[in-house]
Design a protein around this ligand. Structure first.
Ligand code: FAD
Length: 287
């Protein structure tokens, strides 16, 4: 089923993001976690493309395997960074051939070892071009990324919102956000987009914290804030990941409760390939 149809169904649309594991053992672990996550009845899952240095080649194969073996709808992330237009087109064609209908069209993080974001000499510069390319090829339901705390490379908040609207005008059917820990940032972002005339679902991306040092690394990379209340909880579990997981479950439960009350169309969980926190959060939320 296509994203547009999934978000059109009544109720909350849950989605879960995975990254391609580097080893065969990691992949088998992931498939065990997926079996557990399936019991939470997510509407779809997604697989990252080259994020944090993960292998790009594995993404399409993993998407295909989940699609064939797990009975789960799947959305493939695809980025413009580090590949030519022809390479990106080849991936789109491969996905289409394999019957993958859902795409998250992205600019992409700089590959490992590259500090600055530079477009490929023969590549697309912005995600909007990938949205247009996928629309031209046809058959895809396309989501795009949004940044409640403003994308780190954006010239300004207003230009960032304007370029996000351009992606929706080019044919994106949903906006999925970067992780954030202060819901006020999400509400302001969603309101500003609505005021610009964006009507597609705006879906919050939620990261259940698994470790204090890890979340500090992530938030530094994507320039998201850690609010004082979360920061003081993390300070108490600096060297204790089991306790950090519990902090993460409690914090994400509260975040989701508030978001659901406000009427969000769905929640996109950054699972980091782990089921435990998601199970606990969904149980707390009565989902
Ligand atoms: P774009 O829309 O291209 O925007 C990038 C920057 O350029 C923004 O600052 C924007 O304001 C600006 N801009 C856009 N259009 C124009 C224009 N026409 N002229 C001038 N400036 C413009 N990264 C990965 O590598 N792999 C993944 O799998 C991945 N998954 C993600 C999933 C989600 C849900 C999210 C929120 C992010 C994900 N990312 C991933 C990170 C993302 O790719 C990076 O943050 C990237 O730098 C921005 O992507 P974008 O799609 O918003 O890019």
């Amino acid at each position: 089923m296509k994203l547009a149809d999934l978000y059109a169904r009544p109720g909350l649309t849950l989605s879960v993001e995975f990254f391609p594991p580097k080893t065969d053992k990691g992949e088998e672990n992931l498939f065990r976690e997926i079996e557990i996550i399936k019991r939470l009845k997510p509407a779809f899952c997604s697989v990252t493309y080259g994020a944090g240095g993960s292998t790009r080649e594995k993404t399409v194969d993993l998407v295909d395997r989940i699609h064939r073996e797990c009975g789960l709808e799947v959305m493939c992330h695809l980025t413009v960074v580090g590949q030519s237009k022809d390479d990106a087109r080849a991936v789109l064609k491969k996905l289409k051939k394999k019957g993958i209908q859902n795409l998250l069209a992205l600019g992409g993080d700089p590959p490992q070892g590259m500090t600055d974001w530079k477009p490929h000499a023969d590549g697309f510069h912005y995600a909007v071009e990938l949205v247009r390319e996928a629309k031209t090829l046809g058959g895809f339901s396309i989501a795009v990324a949004g940044f409640p705390e403003v994308h780190p490379r954006a010239e300004s908040r207003s230009s960032d919102l304007k370029f996000l609207k351009e992606k929706v005008d080019a044919g994106a059917v949903a906006v999925i956000t970067q992780l954030f820990f202060d819901n006020a940032d999400f509400y302001r972002f969603a309101e500003d987009l609505r005021n610009l005339g964006v009507t597609v679902p705006i879906v919050p991306g939620i990261l259940p914290v698994l470790s204090a040092p890890q979340v500090r690394r992530f938030t530094t990379l994507c320039c998201s804030k850690i609010p004082p209340r979360l920061e003081s909880a993390l300070a108490k579990v600096e060297n204790n990941d089991d306790a950090a997981v519990e902090v993460g479950i409690e914090y994400a439960t509260e975040q989701c409760e508030d978001l659901i009350k406000s009427g969000v169309p769905g929640i996109h969980f950054y699972s980091l390939n782990k089921s435990h926190s998601l199970q606990a959060i969904c149980k707390n939320l009565g989902l």
